[in-house]
Design a protein around this ligand. Structure first.
Ligand code: CP
Length: 320
């Protein structure tokens, strides 16, 4: 594995290997195992051209728990505002001794561009590019699902996929890099996916994707699912006020208190995921976000382990 740009690049064996290593790394950072020495002497650069809370602190924690040095670069307040190019910014990082680059960028394809050129020749991790992909988010979501279901069944998660699971991905699919990365990975791991969205928030061409499409969250809940992944409505990526309006959106596509009760009434212990940040009261109610079925904080915890596994595999290079 030279780069981690898209979950579409991962075979089932590679994806399961990352999840298995993450499982082994999950206890790092606790009182018992504070740090691993695996990346001592290496430097990871977090190159963030777009705002982030979870992904950025998670990559920083992951690198530090592997004993790597971390440099955090934010485009805000940098010479990017003076017009410095991606190439010059990246080569500046190389000159100060980076060993891997984690990049978030508003433009779809920016991480792939960095990986395809000879500008720096370092492993690149896509930490979210435009509306394209967010592979470590999908990996942490898969990790969370696999771990919860194994705990429920009293079995080890190691070596397992997500075969036979029914997952609904709900909301602003059009602008969601999380939805795309999850779709490819969930298929690779054997789950079946239903995308649930208003027609105006589905991309042209979604009908050719390997999933079912539904416009009715109520019908999907009624049919029974193992997990619902609620997506953030990404107002900042919309040219005009989004349609349907917020009240209609929440009424028809939000996981509100009524739908939470409907999920609970099915008695299937459906898991609720959200990548964050959440618009409480729009795509998810506070009751749903804070319910016992909510995996929101578990996803954040698991994100560190998945990012440790990803950095370890990219920088040690001996596991796949
Ligand atoms: N899930 C996610 O990417 O969150 P941040 O934008 O806070 O990193």
């Amino acid at each position: 594995m030279k780069h981690l740009l898209s979950t579409a690049d991962l075979s089932r064996e590679e994806a399961i290997a990352i999840l298995d290593i993450a499982e082994e790394m999950r206890e790092t950072g606790t009182r018992q195992v504070k740090k691993l020495p695996a990346l001592r002497g290496r430097t990871v650069v977090n190159l963030f051209f777009e705002d982030s809370t979870r992904t950025r602190i998670s990559f920083e924690a992951a690198a530090k728990r592997l004993s790597a040095d971390v440099i955090n670069f934010s485009a805000k307040g940098s010479s990017v505002s003076k017009g410095e190019s991606l190439k010059d910014t990246a080569q500046t990082l190389l000159a100060i001794g980076a060993d891997a680059v984690v990049i978030r960028h508003p433009d779809s394809g920016a991480p792939a561009r960095l990986a395809a050129t000879d500008w720096i020749g370092l492993p690149i991790v896509n930490a979210g590019d435009g509306t394209h992909e967010h592979p470590t988010q999908a990996l942490l979501d898969a990790f969370t699902l696999r771990r919860q279901l194994a705990l429920r069944e009293g079995v080890s998660p190691l070596g397992r996929g997500l075969d036979g699971l029914k997952i609904a991905i709900v909301g602003d699919i059009l602008h969601s890099r999380v939805a795309r990365s999850n779709l490819w990975l969930l298929n690779t791991l054997g789950a079946s996916v239903t995308m649930v969205a208003p027609p105006t928030l589905l991309p042209v061409g979604a009908s050719a994707w390997p999933c079912k499409i539904s416009y009715s969250l109520d019908a999907v809940i009624e049919s029974g699912v193992d997990a619902v992944m609620m997506l953030r409505v990404q107002g900042e990526r919309m040219r005009a006020a989004f349609f349907p309006n917020p009240r209609e959106y929440s009424r028809y596509w939000g996981l509100d208190d009524t739908r939470l009760k409907a999920l609970e009434a099915k008695g299937q212990d459906t898991l609720i995921l959200h990548p964050g940040p959440m618009n409480r009261g729009l795509e998810i109610s506070s009751a749903a976000a804070d319910s016992p079925a909510s995996m929101v904080l578990e996803q954040v915890t698991n994100g560190v382990a998945v990012r440790m596994a990803s950095l370890y595999m990219l920088l040690s290079g001996d596991l796949i």
